[in-house]
Write a protein that binds this ligand. Structure first.
Ligand SMILES: C[S@@+](CC[C@H](N)C(=O)[O-])C[C@H]1O[C@@H](n2cnc3c(N)ncnc32)[C@H](O)[C@@H]1O
Length: 198
């Protein structure tokens, strides 16, 4: 029903989507997972043509990729450092026969951005700066990692071709990547739609 509605462009409430998750993961939704409406807007922008490849940088419980896969004709890839979240995302995709989405257990620093056409970035490294709202304590948190990961992403994005699309959410200050122009903004500047121009 949830994915059928997304495929038919029928509104899905956030609370309804979150029934896919166990209680602990559901409780994290407000601060860590993309709201359905935001995911639909972002995915729609990023899938400029059918089958284009969209990478979610830190895919968490898979919410953005699952929604994008159901509501567009793109192919979604999520990379996530927490193995439990990857397994959960894979299980939901399989159960609901979503064939245009894949999840990898890896660190973003292992991923070559040249394999993708478009990118989604929901402030994934912030927990290294502020650990008051941690997802869990299964990974190492360190302020230095924030800068290492951010620098890696910035360098990879700088090398992408003209026309590459990027959406950032709650990532104010990270939007300023060389070569990318802001095309639209929504949610009082929290959701930004960018395109590589040079
Ligand atoms: C704010 S959540 C966003 C989840 C998902 N993109 C969404 O919108 O629903 C950020 C996620 O990035 C993951 N993450 C943080 N640093 C990472 C890294 N270096 N490599 C892979 N995943 C990372 C975190 O574990 C977390 O699940």
């Amino acid at each position: 029903m949830i994915f059928k509605n997304l495929q038919l462009n029928i509104d899905v409430e956030d609370d309804f989507f979150n029934t896919l998750y166990p209680l602990r993961i559901k409780k994290l939704s407000e601060f860590h997972w993309t709201p359905v409406e935001v995911a639909k807007l972002a995915a729609d922008y990023l899938v400029a043509k059918p089958n284009c490849k969209v990478l979610d940088i830190g895919s968490g419980a898979g919410k953005f990729c699952l929604i994008g896969a159901a509501s567009t004709k793109g192919h979604f890839y999520g990379v996530e450092q927490r193995e439990g979240l990857v397994k959960l995302s894979q299980r939901i995709a399989k159960t609901h026969n979503l064939n245009n989405v894949e999840f990898f257990h890896s660190n973003i620093t292992e991923i070559a951005f040249s394999d993708y056409d478009a990118f989604y970035f929901y402030n994934p490294f912030y927990e290294n700066l502020d650990n008051s709202l941690l997802i869990d304590n299964k990974i190492v948190i360190d302020e230095k990692l924030y800068f290492t990961y951010s620098e890696y992403v910035e360098n990879q994005l700088k090398k992408t071709p003209v026309g590459t699309l990027l959406v950032t959410y709650w990532s104010m200050g990270v939007d300023n990547i060389e070569g990318f122009d802001l095309e639209f903004t929504a949610y009082n500047g929290k959701l930004n739609f960018l395109e590589k121009k040079f």
